[in-house]
Design a protein around this ligand. Structure first.
Ligand SMILES: Nc1ncnc2c1ncn2[C@@H]1O[C@H](COP(=O)(O)OP(=O)(O)O)[C@@H](O)[C@H]1O
Ligand SMILES: [Mg+2]
Length: 279
């Protein structure tokens, strides 16, 4: 009998059941101003369908790690496997949806066309036979993100929060099994941010894509995640991975429970612990 695990490590089709594996990754930036060791000895394994957050202070290498996973930056040592593919292969086959901090939409297209564009690009990758995406209905996702009435508007007609919601909608509609989000709410005001965190929770709990999310808010990390990866700076290392076993679906009420407060405190303490160990 063939070993099912070895099949899962091989082709992209079987690897649909696999996971994300970051092994001994190191990233050194060389520039005119010298050498920066941004990441060192990063080992991380993420199960399919989990919401995992990289948490740590500014400059600890969160964005660098996310960009390495996305294939936007090449590591100087180590390896990354995304459901059996390299980041470059996964990116070529549109198996990664990247959601930036802001300005993700094309200004000359309507919201619906912006969202549909990602599906068109995906079909190209599908024709080559290596896409792992599961198509999502754009109108349903736009409704879930409360953008149903703004499908025909252009990005300039929307508030910052709505534009960011549209960027998230586009990510889900793209149908990629892996969504990468680098502080997607950081450009928004606090109230909008709270509303968007809950929207993202609701939509994610329905679609269950694998998400790697970056934040420097302990509150946001605990509210959204299955696991919080706490990083320490100089060079960025993983201090520990904290399981967030709060029940799902989660609502804002969960943030008022003792368990939630304890988890936020634990995440913050772990971070401080990492800083002190570093000094
Ligand atoms: N393109 C680059 N060239 C040189 N140094 C960089 C580059 N990008 C990031 N760095 C450095 O790498 C470290 C980690 O940065 P980054 O990944 O952006 O951290 P974070 O997202 O946690 O704030 C920082 O010291 C930063 O200055
Ligand atoms: Mg960053």
């Amino acid at each position: 009998m063939p070993d099912p695990m070895s099949a899962a490590r091989k082709g992209p089709r079987d690897a649909a059941f696999g996971s994300i594996c970051v092994e001994k990754v190191e990233k050194i930036y060389e520039s005119d101003r010298g050498t920066v060791r941004a990441l060192s000895d990063i080992d991380l394994s993420i199960e399919r369908g989990r919401f995992v957050t990289l948490f740590g202070p500014s400059g600890c290498g969160k964005s660098t790690l996310l960009r390495v996973i996305a294939g936007l930056e090449e590591q100087t040592a180590g390896a990354v496997s995304l459901f059996g593919q390299t980041p470059a292969e996964a990116s070529r086959d549109k198996n990664i949806a990247w959601i930036p901090q802001s300005n993700a939409l094309l200004p000359w297209l309507t919201i619906r066309d912006n969202v549909l564009l990602s599906q068109k690009i995906n079909r190209e990758a599908e024709r080559r036979g290596k896409s792992l995406r599961i198509p999502e209905d754009p109108d349903q996702v736009l409704d879930e993100l409360k953008l149903g009435d703004f499908k025909n508007a252009r990005p300039s007609e929307l508030s910052g929060g709505m534009r960011q919601r549209a960027a998230i909608a586009r990510g889900f509609v793209q149908g990629a099994p892996l969504m990468l989000m680098d502080e997607p709410f950081s450009a928004l005001d606090e109230l909008t941010r709270d509303a968007l965190r809950l929207r993202l929770l609701t939509v994610w709990e329905r679609h269950r894509k694998t998400v790697v999310f970056v934040t420097h808010s302990a509150f946001e990390a605990v509210l959204l995640s299955d696991q919080v990866v706490v990083m320490t700076p100089r060079p960025g290392r993983i201090h520990s991975v904290i399981d967030i076993d709060l029940p799902r679906p989660r609502t804002f009420e969960v943030t008022e429970t003792r368990e939630f407060e304890q988890l936020v405190r634990a995440v913050k303490h772990t971070l401080r612990d990492g800083w002190e160990a570093d000094e």
